[in-house]
Design a protein around this ligand. Structure first.
Ligand SMILES: [Zn+2]
Ligand SMILES: [Zn+2]
Length: 319
């Protein structure tokens, strides 16, 4: 019996091209939450070799179109389950990354299998701190220090609720979690590639979370489009149209243009050295109005003299 006639293949044959090969590849995504191109290639080569052992594949045989077509077939199969394999470019390393993500609008609900309701509420407070408290018109940090994250373990109570504390005692309010419990949540989120911690100890969303929460972040933190004077806290890169949480902003504070460092570099390189005018408002782009933790360092450093972009650049980087 040839491989093509095997019951396994026949079983899946009605699903137009989706074979055990795709299933094996999908399985790799279930065990590795995020993979780079260099990690994807050998897995795909192994899967292709298993399909036809007479013609072994090496990682070098796997091309970008091959990866794309394999993922398209898998995604067609996954679409009815609200899952999808997405790709993005890491904002720091610029590497292409792939992840299996949940497409439901509130992707935080999927964390409910892993975390208690009090822990989920804590994660929401961490996100609110990243994208509201630490993401203002003048200071787009979109990250928070470990101490700030610890301080969110217990929800902040307003004065009125403290005055009424005795009356409230019977009410079921979120009492929060302890700081050690909060630390465990953070460690677990870093471990599952949801959060990343920089060398300067800032927590920010890792590429996988940005892929999964793309819709959620915009729905939660941006005013609906076409509303009067909408507040837009989450913006896409002018170059690649992915969310920017680490990059630069237009020097004009009223302008909505944001860039990843690499996307801005390639755009302005393409226009010749001298021309660094913003494509939207024409303001000269100096490249030192930051989005991300560098924005916080510039803000903090400003009392003791503004530090140069190079100094800030040297301190940053992911662990
Ligand atoms: Zn970009
Ligand atoms: Zn501009």
């Amino acid at each position: 019996m040839s491989r093509e006639d095997s019951p396994l293949v026949r079983e899946v044959s009605p699903d137009e091209g989706y074979t055990y090969m795709h299933r094996a590849f999908l399985h790799a995504f279930l065990t590795h939450s995020v993979m780079t191109v260099d990690e994807v290639k050998p897995i795909l080569a192994t899967v292709m070799t298993a399909k036809n052992p007479d013609r072994p594949w090496t990682a070098g045989d796997v091309t970008a179109p091959h990866i794309t077509s394999t993922l398209q077939t898998i995604n067609a199969k996954l679409s009815s389950y609200d899952f999808e394999i997405r790709s993005t470019k890491d904002q720091h390393t610029k590497l292409t990354l792939y992840a299996l993500v949940n497409k439901t609008s509130d992707a935080l609900t999927q964390l409910a299998t892993k975390f208690s309701p009090a822990e989920i509420a804590y994660i929401r407070r961490v996100l609110d701190a990243m994208f509201e408290t630490n993401n203002t018109h003048t200071r787009e940090v979109m990250a928070l220090k470990h101490t700030e994250a610890s301080n969110l373990a217990r929800p902040r109570r307003n004065r009125q609720s403290q005055i009424n504390a005795d009356e409230d005692a019977t009410q079921t309010t979120d009492a929060g979690i302890s700081i050690p419990e909060a630390d465990l949540v953070l460690t677990s989120l870093v471990h599952s590639s949801f959060l990343q911690k920089s060398r300067a100890q800032y927590f920010s969303l890792a590429p996988r979370a940005l892929m999964e929460l793309r819709g959620y972040l915009k729905e939660t933190y941006n005013d609906p489009p076409f509303s009067d004077d909408p507040v837009i806290r989450i913006r896409d890169c002018e170059g690649c149209r992915e969310i920017v949480t680490h990059g630069i902003r237009c020097n004009n504070r009223e302008c909505g243009v944001r860039w990843h460092d690499a996307c801005a570099s390639s755009y302005y390189r393409g226009r010749g050295g001298g021309n660094r005018k913003c494509p939207s408002c024409d303001k000269e782009c100096t490249g030192d109005a930051y989005v991300g933790e560098r924005a916080d360092k510039v803000a903090r450093g400003s009392t003791g003299g503004r530090r140069s972009a190079v100094e800030v650049e040297e301190e940053e980087g992911s662990e």
